[in-house]
Design a protein around this ligand. Structure first.
Ligand code: C2E
Ligand code: MG
Ligand code: MG
Ligand code: MG
Length: 284
């Protein structure tokens, strides 16, 4: 009996794995038509200055409104799009849409200071030869100055990057586009390597923010964050923290010298109107 129950459990596990594979397969196949039909949309999450809570900008986070499965988060489909190459046109759409949106906010809040828009880039987009020309074209068409755009690249995407891979990022950085190192601290951070990268912002991974939650906060993590902030500032890099969920975390990270923050404590990702409202109020 026990044996057959065990057998069933394996069958169940297999069936679940099969179901997941089928879903993955189905989602992968549905991606191109979904892009054509306009099933993707973008939520924006504000980035705020830790000092005074004013809005620095927003990060564009893509979602898929799937006709059967409902709203899917990027973790469900970005790896699939990356695998098939669809990430290139999808990423271009995200860039175009969010740059246009940022320009729209700027026009309506021209006295509100520069508003930044952060857009995530996948490794495959980095390898795509059209990256620089597409970005220039998108900015020009929308009339957004390059310095208002920040492209987020994960640390792992740049691990072992040779000069060929870094060249387009350098070109963009020379034009004034900010490059942020996303999820910083999770990979094999080679701190000495930082000088070689055309990066102007470090986005400290959520795992550090999470440990600020503990009472007392993890002493080693505190030291690490302190070290990263002082290193970053000595290299003229800004430090953004992600995943700020409580006021205590915000206070701690402010004290540690972080510059900007993002997280549920301020606002969840949401519709573009939300950013408009925050800009009107000039604070979160
Ligand atoms: P990311 O760039 O590190 O984005 C931050 C993620 O943390 C987002 O998840 C955001 O919703 C979530 N988050 C923000 N504040 C909090 C908080 O206080 N607590 C917690 N627990 N989570 C918080 P999301 O939207 O599911 O995106 C996941 C990842 O998908 C992103 O991580 C990014 O790597 C990728 N992604 C999103 N949009 C795009 C895109 O347009 N292109 C590419 N290539 N990747 C994207
Ligand atoms: Mg990001
Ligand atoms: Mg991140
Ligand atoms: Mg992250």
């Amino acid at each position: 009996r026990a044996k057959s129950a065990g057998g069933n459990r394996f069958e169940t596990a297999d069936a679940e794995a099969d179901a997941r594979a089928i879903t993955r397969h189905g989602l992968t196949n549905a991606l191109p038509a979904a892009l054509e039909r306009g099933e993707f949309f973008i939520e924006y999450q504000p980035l705020v200055h830790l000092g005074d809570g004013s809005v620095h900008g927003a990060e564009a986070l893509v979602r898929w409104c799937h006709p059967q499965h409902g709203v899917l988060g990027p973790d469900r489909f970005i790896p699939l799009a990356e695998h098939t190459g669809l990430i290139v046109p999808l990423g271009r759409w995200v860039l175009e849409e969010s740059v246009r949106q940022a320009r729209f906010w700027q026009k309506r809040h021209s006295d509100g200071g520069p508003l930044h828009i952060n857009v995530n880039l996948s490794p495959m987009q980095l390898h795509h030869p059209g990256l620089v020309s597409d970005t220039v074209e998108v900015l020009e068409r929308a009339g957004l100055e390059p310095s208002a755009l920040c492209l987020e690249v994960t640390e792992s995407a740049l691990i072992g990057a040779d000069d060929d891979l870094l060249k387009p990022l350098r070109r963009l950085a020379e034009m004034g586009v900010d490059i942020a190192l996303d999820d910083f601290g999770t990979g094999y951070s080679n701190l000495a390597n930082l000088r070689r990268l055309p990066v102007s912002v470090l986005k400290l991974d959520r795992s550090f923010t999470r440990s600020m939650q503990q009472r007392p906060a993890d002493a080693v993590d505190l030291k690490i964050v302190e070290g990263i902030v002082s290193l970053a500032h000595s290299l003229d890099l800004g430090v953004t923290v992600e995943g700020v969920e409580t006021g205590a975390q915000a206070a701690q990270l402010r004290e540690l010298g972080c510059d900007t923050a993002q997280g549920w404590y301020y606002a969840r990702p949401g519709a573009p109107d939300r950013i408009h409202t925050l800009l009107l109020a000039d604070a979160v």
